[in-house]
Design a protein around this ligand. Structure first.
Ligand code: NAI
Length: 320
């Protein structure tokens, strides 16, 4: 496949002062795009001075002959970031929602501040940036958006309740925007990357970190955001040169008769069948479940299996 270029395209990368975001910014600039390098962070130079992380990346791009400007706003001020992008370059074509932070703690130690900050940067930040650009993308009848999830969001991970909840929220935000944007040629895909960065340098062993260059994620991001790419609404795990796609798998399931005999005991009696993945289905849309057909099947059932009647004596339940 010919190497894909982004000449005349305007790309906004959030959290691009380091790690994956920096790799994306360099990637797009090297392929002809004008890049807005957003990051609110600072980094320390060798002589101890503090410099804007975004400025460093812009300097790198300009030195290599590329076009880039820095933006220092938080992604929570998405409208300001998008305004600067459009004021500077006249349009916005590609948005890489990449900015992120961690506040890892088990739920017993989690504070509201840890919870709220992680939701705010990942979920609200990606929403604010994308929402601010949405009308412009619709007017242009072109847009390519990336949301950044995480394996922690897909599978869950000990000590990351705030982060995993935020990251899976981004996968579903991406699926919904893929549907809302399709008729305007706005495509939205989601990645769960793995790369050596400030975020992972304390978590992963050094020999693995060496193989996990952020550059090895940029190839997929470039492919998904190119004008020629049809993919929309996908979720991919990517890192160290590996790319895999995810989808939902559901067991064939069990139909119960919806009457008084549909008890916890009846569910328990069919538990092995509910968990049987030998005849899986792969729903892609909210309409992929044939509720009418399932109800018809239920009507034909003589009744539900009788399992042990489950009781909850002595326990206290809260229903919110
Ligand atoms: P990083 O910590 O190296 O880079 C994140 C950047 O976002 C930082 O430069 C930081 O200053 C910036 N940032 C933080 N809050 C911001 C805000 N409110 N507004 C603007 N910029 C902000 O992290 P890394 O590893 O490059 O991660 C990038 C994305 O990939 C994140 O969303 C992260 O959750 C995700 N990710 C990374 C993984 C990895 O293995 N590195 C694994 C799974 C997901």
């Amino acid at each position: 496949m010919a190497d894909l270029r982004f000449d005349n395209r305007v790309v906004l990368v959030t959290g691009a002062g380091g790690g994956l975001g920096r790799a994306y910014a360099l990637f797009f600039a090297a392929r002809g795009a004008s890049v807005v390098v957003n990051d609110l962070g600072t980094i320390k130079t060798e002589n101890g001075a503090s410099v804007r992380a975004a400025d460093r990346v812009v300097e790198e791009i300009v030195r290599a002959g590329g076009k880039a400007v820095a933006n220092y706003d938080s992604v929570n001020d998405g409208d300001r970031i998008v305004k600067q992008t459009v004021d500077t370059f006249g349009r916005i074509d590609v948005i890489i929602n990449n900015a992120g932070i961690l506040r890892d703690k088990s739920l017993s130690r989690m504070t509201d501040a840890d919870w709220d900050l992680v939701q705010e940067v990942h979920v609200r930040g990606s929403y604010k940036v994308t929402k601010a650009a949405w009308d412009q993308l619709r007017k242009q009848k072109f847009g390519r958006i990336i949301m950044t999830a995480s394996a922690a969001g897909i599978y869950g991970n000990f000590g990351q309740s705030n982060y995993s909840a935020a990251k899976l929220a981004l996968a579903s935000l991406s699926s919904t925007l893929a549907r809302e944007g399709a008729k305007y040629n706005i495509h939205c895909n989601c990645i769960a990357p793995v790369a050596a960065s400030r975020m992972t340098e304390t978590i992963l062993p050094p020999e693995i970190l060496k193989a996990l260059k952020p550059e090895y994620v940029a190839g997929l991001v470039g492919y998904l955001t190119h004008e020629s790419t049809e993919e929309n609404g996908g979720l991919f795990e990517v890192g160290a040169g590996y790319v895999g796609k995810l989808r939902w798998e559901r067991s064939e399931g069990v139909v119960f008769k919806a009457d008084k005999t549909f008890t916890p005991g009846a569910v328990g009696a069919k538990w092995a069948d509910i968990n049987d993945f030998s005849r899986p289905v792969y729903p892609e849309n909210i309409t992929d479940t044939d509720w009418v057909g399932l109800l018809e099947r239920a009507k034909e059932l003589p009744g539900n299996p009788k399992g042990a009647d489950l009781r909850f004596d002595g326990q206290v339940a809260i229903v919110t």
